[in-house]
Design a protein around this ligand. Structure first.
Ligand code: R5P
Length: 294
């Protein structure tokens, strides 16, 4: 790879520092802040001429981040950067992947087009792929999709006695099956019907061995209703209090406390989005892919 620098938006400094150390890449100097009126200020202080740039920006709460990200990427290019590779551990807007009702925007496609216009490639962890099977269906730049399944399975193997892995809905089967295989545990997949943003019903299939520790695994915890309903359903069926694991800790306000109150014995996430529940570190997954690709 050409001479490189790694930059990030302010909220991703911790992961960026870890990656910089693991990859032995210098962190670029930049100032990104808000003007008093809320508009974004971006200044690049490093010489980026002819350099390959790794730009780290997890895209939770994307509306606040997208403009500073665009300004940063475009300024880096104007200042002579060779290529800009966006590393977004969490990729937003992937769940609205079709026009569910007449007139709705198909956010996943629009967002992918927007990102494709100002960076040269994108790397992400477990994007919510449902009706879209591959990011290259919506992006026009090279895409790398990485997975947290193996490190989640390792965490479960090391931390949980006699687990049974539970996916809250059919979409979760893709990761639950593999996590269970790698964790050497049985798995079940529940059926979920969503009636609205905060209204879901979950039904868990029969499972005989109630001595096992239920481990709910999902890609995202946002409003928390999928996990909350699953916990309540598990408890009604006589299971022990479950451990909840999510790749992406979007966590609306009070969701963590709410999950604890309904009976989650532990709530664990990967550090794709900074949150105090982060216990599973994805930096090696990203660093290995960067070493392979570049
Ligand atoms: C949906 O299909 C996803 O895999 C998650 O189950 C969902 O996004 C979780 O969202 P919430 O926490 O709002 O139920």
């Amino acid at each position: 790879m050409k001479e490189s620098l790694i930059f990030s938006l302010p909220h991703d400094k911790l992961l960026t520092a870890t990656l910089a150390t693991k990859l032995k890449i210098e962190i670029g100097a930049a100032e990104i802040r808000d003007f008093p009126d809320g508009e974004s200020y971006v200044r690049i202080d490093s010489n980026v001429q002819n350099k390959t740039i790794l730009l780290i920006c997890s895209l939770d709460h994307p509306n606040n981040k997208i403009l500073p990200l665009v300004f940063m990427a475009k300024t880096l290019k104007e200042l002579g950067a060779h290529k800009i590779h966006l590393i977004s551990p969490y990729l937003a807007y992937m769940r609205q992947d079709k026009r569910f009702h007449p007139g709705e925007a198909v956010n996943s496609t629009l967002f992918a087009q927007l990102l494709s216009d100002f960076v040269d490639s994108i790397m992400t962890i477990d994007p919510h792929l449902h009706r879209i099977h591959n990011l290259s269906e919506i992006f026009t730049i090279p895409c790398a999709t990485l997975h947290a399944k193996k490190i989640i399975a390792t965490w479960i193997r090391n931390q949980v006695d006699a687990p049974v892995i539970i996916g809250p809905d059919e979409e979760s089967r893709q990761w639950v099956e593999e996590v269970a295989k790698d964790a050497n545990a049985p798995f079940i997949v529940a059926e979920k019907i969503r009636h609205g943003d905060r209204d879901v019903r979950v039904s868990i299939p029969t499972f005989d061995d109630l001595s096992k520790t239920p481990v709910l695994v999902d890609d995202i915890i946002s409003t928390g209703v999928s996990m909350i309903e699953s916990i309540q359903e598990l408890k009604a069926r006589g299971f022990k209090n479950p451990i909840c694991i999510a790749v992406h800790a979007l966590f609306d306000q009070n969701v963590y406390e709410h999950l604890r109150n309904v009976g989650a014995q532990e709530i664990i996430s990967c550090n794709t989005i900074p949150h105090f529940s982060n216990k599973i570190d994805i930096s090696d997954v990203i660093a290995e892919e960067i070493k392979n690709v570049f």
